[in-house]
Design a protein around this ligand. Structure first.
Ligand code: AMP
Length: 428
C-alpha cells in the first residue's frame, strides 16, 4: 500500500496490546499505592536542558538519542527520553516540595529515544516508574525494589532475576573511574570505536558495552564493589538487609552500571530469562542523590525505577482482554435510526456495551456482522413493534427470539448476557 507509514521504531498499540499495557499500569498503580505512592503526570516535552544536564551530555541518550526540536518561539525542547529528571523538576516547581518528606510518586507514559529499533526496542516506548524524593535511607532503595518485585508478581511475570550493585558516590567513584581508565587504556587499540569514545567521555558506561569482542576485557575489569568507601559499603549492607526483610532474592552483579550519569550507590536491574542480550532488562533503577543539584535545585536525594511497559506487558499472563460489545441494536429500516439510537442509549445507561448499527445494509447483513462480533444479544427495532412500543430481542447464543416491551427491555436482555462486565483500565 502506498499510504503513509508510521515512523520507524514506533508501534500502534492495537486493542489487545493496549489492554495489556494499561493493565500493567493499573496494577503498578495499585501495588505502589499500597506503599504510599501517588500518581503524577509530567509533560511529554521539556526544556532540552533538563535532560542535557540531568541525564548528562556524555551519555548515549543525550549524545545520540534525543528527539530535540525548536518550537515556534525559538525554545529548544526535547521529547522526554526518561521520567526521573521531569519528576524532580515537578517536585521543585509545585507544592510537593512543601509536603512531608520523603515524597513517594509514580508515573507512566511514553518516552522517546532515537535508538536503533529492534526486538523490544522502540523509538517511542512506555514506562511505568516510581520515585522517592527527599530521603537517602538505604531502606528506601529496597522499598522501590519491593514495589517493582510485587508488581511483577501480581502480573504473573516469573523467570526474573534482580541484579544489584553499588556504583559508589562522589567520594569513591573517582578512584574507581581511574582504575577503569587504567584497565581499558592499556587495551585502547582493541576497543571498538564506540567504546573508545565512552572511555574518553564516561568510563563507567563502557561496562554497558554489548560488543562481544569486549567480553574478555569486561570480565577482567575492576569491580565497583572493590572500590567503595565505608559509607557506601554500609549503605549497600543496609539495602541488602532490607531486601532480606522483604524476602526478595537478589544477585550481586559488580558489573552493573546505569546508563545515566546521576546514579550513585545502589543500581539495579530486573532481567528476564526470555529477553536476550541488550534487551534482557525489564527495568532499571537506582539512587540519584546528585540529580537535584545538577538541575540547579537544592540538594534532594532520590531513588526510583523505570520499567519498560512493552516488555512487561508481553510477559504478563493475566492481562484482561479489552471489553467487547455485548449487544447490537439495529433495524432493517433506515428510517428507524433514531429509535435504534434511543434503544442503545437506554441500555448503555445501565452500563451495557452496545453497538448501534445504523448502516444501510440489509437486516441479514447486519445480523451477520453482529454474529461475527460475537455479541450475546441483538435488539431489533422494527416498524411494526415500534408502533406498539416493543422491540425484538434475539439471543444469538440460544437462537431464540421474543418480543419485549421497550419499557421492560433491560429485564428481557439481562438474563441473555454471558460476556462478563469488565471495566477499562486507566488510559494514559
Ligand atoms: P532505562 O531508562 O534506560 O534504565 O530503561 C528502563 C527500562 O525501559 C528498560 O529496562 C527497558 O525495559 C525500557 N526501555 C528502555 N529503552 C527502551 C526502548 N528503546 N524500547 C523499549 N523499551 C525500552
Amino acid at each position: 500500500m502506498a499510504g503513509i507509514s508510521r515512523p520507524r521504531g514506533t508501534d500502534d498499540l492495537l486493542p489487545e496490546r493496549l489492554a495489556a499495557l494499561e493493565h500493567a499500569i493499573t496494577v503498578g498503580t495499585q501495588v505502589s499505592s499500597r506503599y504510599g505512592y501517588r500518581r503524577l503526570q509530567t509533560p511529554i516535552f521539556e526544556a532540552s536542558d533538563l535532560f542535557v544536564r540531568g541525564v548528562g551530555d556524555a551519555t548515549d541518550v543525550v549524545r545520540r538519542e534525543m528527539y530535540t526540536f525548536e518550537d515556534r518561539g525559538g525554545r529548544s525542547l526535547t521529547l522526554r527520553p526518561e521520567g526521573t529528571a521531569p519528576v524532580v523538576r515537578a517536585f521543585w516547581e509545585s507544592e510537593l516540595r512543601q509536603s512531608p518528606l520523603p515524597v513517594r510518586l509514580s508515573y507512566s507514559g511514553p518516552m522517546f529515544r532515537y535508538d536503533r529499533p529492534g526486538r523490544g526496542r522502540y523509538r517511542q516506548f512506555h514506562q511505568f516508574g516510581v520515585e522517592v524524593l527527599g530521603e537517602s535511607e538505604p531502606e528506601l532503595d529496597a522499598e522501590v525494589i519491593a514495589v517493582a518485585w510485587r508488581w511483577l508478581a501480581e502480573l504473573g511475570v516469573g523467570g526474573t532475576s534482580l541484579q544489584l550493585n553499588s556504583i559508589g558516590d562522589e567520594a569513591c567513584r573517582p578512584r574507581y573511574r581511574e582504575a577503569l581508565l587504567q584497565h581499558f587504556s592499556s587495551h585502547l587499540a582493541d576497543l571498538p570505536e564506540l567504546d573508545r569514545d565512552r572511555l574518553a567521555r564516561n568510563p563507567l558506561r563502557i561496562l554497558d558495552s554489548k560488543d562481544p569482542e569486549m567480553a574478555p576485557l569486561l570480565e577482567s575489569a575492576p569491580r565497583t564493589t572493590d572500590y567503595l568507601c565505608q559509607d557506601c559499603v554500609d549503605a549497600f549492607d543496609r539495602v541488602q538487609e532490607a531486601l532480606r526483610a522483604y524476602g526478595i532474592p537478589y544477585q550481586l552483579n559488580p558489573r552493573l552500571v546505569r546508563g545515566l550519569d546521576y546514579y550513585q550507590r545502589t543500581a539495579f536491574e530486573v532481567w528476564h530469562e526470555s529477553l536476550q542480550g541488550a534487551q534482557n532488562s525489564l527495568f532499571g533503577g537506582g539512587r540519584y542523590d546528585g540529580l537535584s543539584e545538577v538541575l540547579g535545585y537544592p540538594k534532594c536525594p532520590g531513588v526510583g525505577f523505570a520499567a519498560g511497559l512493552e516488555r512487561v506487558a508481553l510477559l504478563s499472563r493475566v492481562a484482561e482482554p479489552p471489553p467487547e460489545p455485548q449487544i447490537f441494536a439495529l433495524s432493517a429500516d433506515r428510517a428507524a435510526a433514531g429509535a435504534v439510537i434511543a434503544v442503545a442509549e437506554e441500555l448503555r445507561r445501565s452500563g451495557l456495551r452496545v453497538v448501534a448499527d445504523v448502516g444501510s445494509r440489509s437486516l441479514r447483513g447486519k445480523m451477520r456482522t453482529a454474529e461475527r462480533a460475537g455479541v450475546d444479544v441483538v435488539v431489533i427495532v422494527g416498524e411494526a413493534e415500534m408502533g406498539q412500543g416493543a422491540v425484538t430481542v434475539r439471543s444469538l447464543r440460544a437462537g431464540t427470539q421474543e418480543s419485549a416491551a421497550a419499557a421492560a427491555l433491560l429485564e428481557a436482555v439481562g438474563p441473555l448476557l454471558t460476556r462478563s462486565e469488565s471495566g477499562l483500565g486507566g488510559v494514559t
